[in-house]
Write a new protein. Structure first.
Length: 328
């Protein structure tokens, strides 16, 4: 049995614009998915998941083409998670050449699904790392990140950037622009997260921005302006000026809102954080619902968010310096 964990992330800057070649800066946080993998005697894949913000469940099926017979269709997030595990195992079969190998996979995650803080990337990264090690292969971080990206790319029908998976594999703050992914300097940020209990549909939200961009030149300009905010944000991160990082996050949220990817609950949480004195606040990830990220070294934002209608959970998250970790 091999067990790996990988962190989730918040976007400090640049989601959506990264899809069109602008840079983005995600930053890994100490909320982790842990994936245990044990080789089977047959070629089946059996997945047991607990704590995926839904009741624990077990599903067993013969292989990628057999579908997921034991999953209730209403649990679409859970079946999405299964798609990611399937894809991850396919990458491991490919990289090791063991085409018919089967596994028992156990997933535990602290990261809410589809909420913009990198649950799928963390599961994919940890699953690939653990399954490869279970077969005696230790992947270099770059290879792991690339395989994890390919998994997301396939599961999300081509709508994926390298940001989430690279960040989860390496940890820390990273800069992603097209194929170019690298770690960058960032100060220890006082991150507070507000979660509305929901999730956005990434594919739909990405398509919405694509349509707007095609229809209106000023929407295309908005995407480019997000790129400008990211470039400025990188410099400010290197200087360690947390108050200025917050101001740029506010600006970034306004631009995302103009592109139609915020929601009432996300905006309410953002304003609640700002009113409580946060340096800045923005949605993180695809939007539509899910999480906001705010910067506040005091307890004020966390307290204010916990009383904000529509905010189901508010919590502080430490920056995760370490990416994927081998637990067993
Ligand atoms: O919601 P998440 O964490 O999957 O982030 C999506 C970020 C997008 O830029 C909207 C899409 C992508 O793959 O980069």
């Amino acid at each position: 049995m091999a067990v790996s964990s990988a962190p989730g992330k918040v976007y400090l800057f640049g989601e959506h614009a990264v899809v069109y070649g602008e840079p983005a800066v995600p930053c890994a946080i100490e909320l982790r998915a842990r994936v245990g993998v044990e080789k089977r005697d047959d070629s089946k894949l059996r997945v047991h998941a607990e704590d995926l913000s839904l009741d624990g469940f077990t599903v067993e099926y013969g292989g990628p083409t057999d579908g997921h017979p034991d999953i209730d269709a209403s649990e679409s997030l859970v079946s999405a998670a299964m798609g990611y595990v399937d894809g991850a195992i396919e990458q491991v079969r490919d990289v090791t050449g063991e085409d018919d190998v089967g596994f028992d996979v156990t997933i535990e995650s602290d990261i809410p699904l589809g909420a913009g803080i990198g649950s799928s990337a963390a599961v994919v990264v940890a699953a690939i790392d653990a399954a490869a090690r279970e077969l005696g292969v230790t992947l270099e971080t770059d290879e792991l990140a690339e395989r994890a990206y390919r998994t997301e790319y396939e599961v999300q029908d081509g709508q994926a950037s390298r940001a989430d998976t690279f960040c989860s594999a390496t940890g820390g703050a990273v800069r992603v622009e097209g194929d170019d992914c690298r770690p960058i300097e960032a100060p220890d940020l006082p991150i507070v997260i507000g979660f509305d209990g929901g999730a956005g549909d990434t594919g739909e939200l990405v398509a919405g921005v694509r349509n707007l961009r095609e229809e209106y030149e000023f929407a295309a300009d908005t995407v480019e302006t997000i790129g400008d905010v990211v470039r400025q944000g990188e410099e400010v991160l290197a200087d360690g000026d947390v108050a200025e990082i917050g101001r740029l996050m506010n600006f970034n949220h306004g631009l995302l809102s103009a592109l139609g990817v915020s929601s009432r609950s996300l905006d309410t949480m953002v304003w609640s954080a700002r009113d409580a004195g946060a340096y800045g606040a923005k949605l993180t990830g695809a939007g539509g619902g899910g999480c906001i990220v705010a910067l506040d070294p005091t307890d004020e934002t966390e307290t204010a968010l916990s009383f904000t209608p529509g905010c189901e959970k508010a919590f502080r998250a430490e920056l995760a310096d370490e990416g994927v970790k081998q637990l067993e």
